[in-house]
Write a protein that binds this ligand. Structure first.
Ligand code: NAD
Ligand code: TYD
Length: 360
């Protein structure tokens, strides 16, 4: 079996549903391999995401903090995973600005505890099991810092220059993973990917926030001048890339994963508005009227872009969605799953919205 940490979050739950070909997702070579999901269930963890596999014999859930090294090791000894995919993290830049402590704890100390448990577990495996074992660390393009308009895209050799507490904590975790490969020979794989979007994303992130606010007729907050550029990757394409890296990536290597979709934030917001107007017209008029420019995020990185030639050339992976096709799927999913959004909007989410947007 495989272990997934953070499997109740956005990308982790998409990964598990894709891995098990559940909830109408297509079968692939690994679909029958069991998965154990380790998640602390922070505000971002939602077991509703995994309702389709709740009673599936191929799926198990353990509520656990990744800082608990001994409990992690005990789980490894019991279930003997052949691979660990590490998604668990504090993942929202704005939250890291308001409270960096949790980011240092989970992203750095948690990754350290997981690496230590994995090192001890791997030492108990047979030579062939130990060689076949993989530790796949899911990271972000934000570790590379901010690009100017004409700078070349981030490659795997771009120096790290993290600018937010979030990206600094992810950069630190990437360095620990690298060190465990070089020092202890742990067969690690690191992926650095761009902004994901798709079903099951918590509505604190740009695209689901804009969809939720637009449907509610609320202002659509755009930070600064709206000209910050991100590369957007459909979450299903990210999951395919991770399966490919796990299957064929070279231990010790890092792979950048991108969607070939660089866009300004304002263009993203306008595209979401247009799609919603088509699919669910608003009697009051086009939703672009709701766009509201608000005070910028401190230290806001101007541009991210990914050079994904290494994963394309070595592993033959390419994204299959364009921004138009992926976004249309995403908007339809949110329209069809208003209950899922309503459950989140009725909880502690309200406190976050008040903290981040009031008086901005
Ligand atoms: P998310 O915030 O939606 O989910 C994170 C999950 O980790 C949640 O289920 C949460 O409960 C769990 N978690 C948090 N702290 C934990 C702890 N101490 N112990 C156990 N579980 C804990 O995040 P996401 O968007 O799914 O991101 C997953 C990974 O991908 C992260 O490592 C993130 O840095 C990386 N990433 C995300 C994006 C993106 O656009 N979302 C882009 C690049 C990289
Ligand atoms: P976000 O989804 O938080 O991802 P990240 O900061 O990891 O890139 O934000 C994406 C972009 O959208 C980023 O440039 C900040 C911007 N943004 C807004 O303009 N308004 C918002 O309300 C949010 C949450 C983000």
């Amino acid at each position: 079996m495989i272990f997934v940490t953070g499997g109740a979050g956005f990308i982790g739950s998409n990964f598990i549903l894709d891995w098990l070909a559940a909830d109408g997702r297509p079968r692939h070579a690994d679909s029958d391999e069991a998965v154990l999901n380790i998640d602390r269930l922070t505000y971002a963890g939602n077991l509703e995401n995994l309702a389709a596999v709740e009673r599936d014999p191929r799926y198990r859930f353990e509520r656990l903090d990744i800082c608990e090294r001994d409990a992690l090791l005990a789980l490894m000894r019991t279930h003997r995973p052949r691979a660990i995919l590490h998604f668990a993290a504090e993942s929202h830049v704005d939250r890291s600005i308001r409270g960096p402590g949790e980011f240092v704890r989970t992203n750095i100390e948690g990754t350290f505890a997981l690496l230590e448990a994995t090192r001890a577990y791997r030492g108990e495996l047979s030579a062939s099991e130990s060689e076949a074992f993989r530790f796949l660390h899911v990271s972000t393009d934000e570790v590379y810092g901010s690009l100017g308009p004409r700078d070349p895209a981030f490659s795997e050799t771009t120096p790290y220059q993290p600018n937010s507490p979030y990206s600094a904590s992810k950069a630190a975790s990437d360095h620990l993973v690298r060190a465990y490969h070089h020092t202890y020979g742990l067969p690690t794989l690191t992926t650095n990917c761009s902004n994901n979007y798709g079903p099951l994303q918590f509505p604190e992130k740009l695209i689901p926030l804009i969809i939720a606010n637009a449907l509610a007729g609320k202002p659509l907050p755009v930070y600064g001048d709206g000209m910050n550029v991100r590369d957007w990757l459909y979450v299903g394409d990210h999951c395919t890339a991770l399966r490919r890296v796990l299957a064929a990536g070279r231990p010790g290597e890092t792979y950048n994963i991108g969607g070939n979709n660089e866009m300004t934030n304002i263009a993203v917001v306008r595209t979401v508005c247009r799609l919603l107007d088509e699919l669910r017209p608003d009697a009051q008029g086009p939703r672009e009227r709701l766009i509201s420019f608000v005070t910028d995020r401190p230290g806001h990185d101007r541009r991210y872009a990914i050079d994904a030639r290494k994963i394309a050339g070595e592993l033959g992976w390419q994204p299959s969605e364009t921004f138009e096709t992926g976004l249309a799927k995403t908007v339809r999913w949110y329209l069809d799953h208003q209950d899922w959004v309503a459950h989140i909007l009725s909880g502690a989410y309200k406190d976050w919205i008040a903290a981040n947007y009031t008086g901005r």
